[in-house]
Ligand binder design. Sequence first.
Ligand code: NAG
Ligand code: NAG
Ligand code: NAG
Length: 497
Amino acid sequence: MASQKNQQPISQPQSLPTRPFTFKLKSSVFYLSSILILILAISFSLTKKNFLKTQHLKYTFSLHPTLFQTLFRFLHPVKKPIQTKEPDPISIPPNYVLWMAPFLSGGGYSSEAWSYILALYEQNKNCSFRMAIEHHGDLESLEFWEGLPKYMKNLATELYHTECSMKEIIVVCHSEPGAWNPPLFATLPCPPIAYENFKSVIGRTMFETDRVSLEHVKRCNQMDYVWVPTEFHVSTFTKSGVDPSKVVKIVQPVDVKFFDPVEYEPFNPASIGKLVMGKTTNNSKFVFISIFKWEYRKGWDVLLKSYLEEFMEADGVALYLLTNPYHSDRDFSNKMVDFVKKSGIKKPVTGWPPVYVIDTHIAQSDLPRVYKAADSFVLPSRGEGWGRPLVEAMAMSLPVIATNWSGPTEYMTEENSYPLLVDRMSEVMEGPFRGHLWAEPSVTKLRVLMRHVMNNVDESKAKGRKAREDMITKFAPEIVADIVSKHVQNIVKKMDP
Ligand SMILES: *[C@@H]1O[C@H](CO)[C@@H](O)[C@H](O)[C@H]1NC(C)=O
Ligand SMILES: *[C@@H]1O[C@H](CO)[C@@H](O)[C@H](O)[C@H]1NC(C)=O
Ligand SMILES: *[C@@H]1O[C@H](CO)[C@@H](O)[C@H](O)[C@H]1NC(C)=O
């Protein structure tokens, strides 16, 4: 979650001219840069990508001529919307929270930010501050925007158009610290101008390794507060040098109404999955599902090894991997087959158990049906900030098997899931966190747990039910919204006693 896709590194951005600054900061500069970034994104993926993708995009645009216009309108409000009616001076909430995050990008920070604003909006109907949002921190994705349910689009449009007056703003920079002012890549800086122009500036971030890099520590310490989701992060941030008085734990909400198993019919996963290994079966006895971005960190190698060593065709199981590219192409099938060849896993005499990949875009509104199609969710990740698919699966009452390290230790217990033992810590070998440590989940223990979950369906279903219960009592939107509101109120109290 820490790094962003398709960034164009730029040289140190010029500080914005300090002209009179009124929200919305919709100067044509920002509007243009948004569109430019979008166009850049598209053309970048085109140069890299094949003819098919080009055709697909052209097709998408010709099929949905209004799509671009929709996003366009969203990014560039034409008319002054939302005339706040003449405020009654006593009831008007005096403070604004401007939430800046990759709302239009999809991905971890994006869905996390959505979960907060949805929760706060619901609760804020009687609350003490008003909210506005701004897209920041990553590129916009038309596909993602298109897949959002209508109520989310409406909310985004409304909050995007909220007018704030500057001196009453608390800014939340909900993104990777490299996007904070001054940003290390092309994005609207957060906060949009100097830190001291705002009532308070909060950074919301997280990492998946055992520490925070020096540059990020420095950026965190520029903030008035740093919100992190788990005890794990409170510990890694403060040990790395972030001022402990700034670090506040704010857990993540999960939309337990949206992710509610009684509301959905399952997808027929065979209809959207491509077979990678084994033979197609129409009625597997037990279905494992995993959802992740295609990166080494997610431990797909560990999952594949454990599954293929433990099961065979005659077991009647199936494994579905819902994945999408992360700095890689979409040729997941070949990557898996190559991995299996190299790892020397022996083909069982009765044949491989089936492995499917789902690499088509699944709209957010269809996601619950994917979980619903599974009997268990499994993710032997090497490190997670929070692990959204895990809490979504838990809200969907699935028994979850996942690595017992980093973010998920905040909510996984032996009563509500199957925490997977860590063999040892290992060094991150590439990328911006090279040299940090993360966890190596145990292949042997994962095999045991997968077999166990399948053989003890009553127990695993009970854990699934407990999982949903825990999600409702600890992470339901109204509960987390309450936590956020209290912190905002505390900040306000400290500022104007
Ligand atoms: C909003 O209203 C509900 C129900 O009346 C109440 O329980 C809750 O505490 C209120 N929230 C705030 C922040 O005042
Ligand atoms: C699976 O079901 C489809 C239609 O539902 C059918 O066409 C196909 O033959 C079935 N395959 C097997 C292996 O039973
Ligand atoms: C998971 O990790 C936590 C925190 O490190 C530890 O307290 C707990 O005992 C572990 N649970 C299992 C089942 O290993």
